[in-house]
Design a binder for this molecule. Structure first.
Ligand SMILES: Cc1cc2nc3c(=O)[nH]c(=O)nc-3n(C[C@H](O)[C@H](O)[C@H](O)COP(=O)(O)O)c2cc1C
Length: 149
């Protein structure tokens, strides 16, 4: 694990550009600027995984992209969490808590949307497998998350 991980943070979900659901079929919940600015200075941009909870609900596995999304050339650094679970509704205005546990790869640019989607789906598969390992699964019941979830 990197020295600054695990990193725990929470915040109100804000609207991103809305491309996650529409273009990629991979919805993401975005954190506000204050949360992005609270990340450790030495934390590199890239793709991470861990666990997430929305409004005291169940704790699910998540993957997160931190940075400028080179494929879309964003001007503002963002933290976008994709929770590995199918939800009927979006999370705008709800409280998202995340435990960031491990790093997968740096952010990349891609030649096509399909290549971006394929790579994100691979990240999800990596997170799914690794998060079942004993060193990570214990965080699911960490006191940071709600005791009743
Ligand atoms: C696990 C994961 C990995 C990602 N990796 C990249 C990447 O390597 N390069 C990139 O440009 N965007 C990457 N993205 C960001 C997507 O491009 C982003 O979620 C999409 O632009 C939706 O943004 P929006 O919610 O602001 O509309 C990743 C997103 C996730 C969830």
């Amino acid at each position: 694990m990197k020295s600054y991980l695990p990193f725990f943070c929470s915040g109100t979900v804000i609207k991103g550009f809305g491309r996650g659901s529409k273009e990629l079929g991979i919805p993401t919940a975005n954190f506000p600027e204050q949360v992005v600015n609270s990340l450790p200075k030495e934390m590199s941009t890239g793709v991470y995984y861990g666990y997430a909870e929305v409004d005291n609900g169940p704790v699910y596995k998540m993957v997160m992209s931190v940075g400028w999304n080179p494929y879309y050339k964003n001007e503002k650094k963002s933290m976008e969490t994709h929770i590995i679970h199918v939800f009927d509704e979006d999370f705008y205005g709800k409280t998202l808590k995340v435990a960031i546990l491990d790093y997968i790869r740096p952010e990349r640019d891609f030649n096509s949307l399909e290549a971006l989607i394929e790579t994100i789906n691979n990240d999800i598969a990596v997170a799914n497998v690794n998060l079942d390992k004993p060193e990570f699964i214990s965080f699911k019941t960490n006191e940071f998350f709600s005791p009743n979830s």
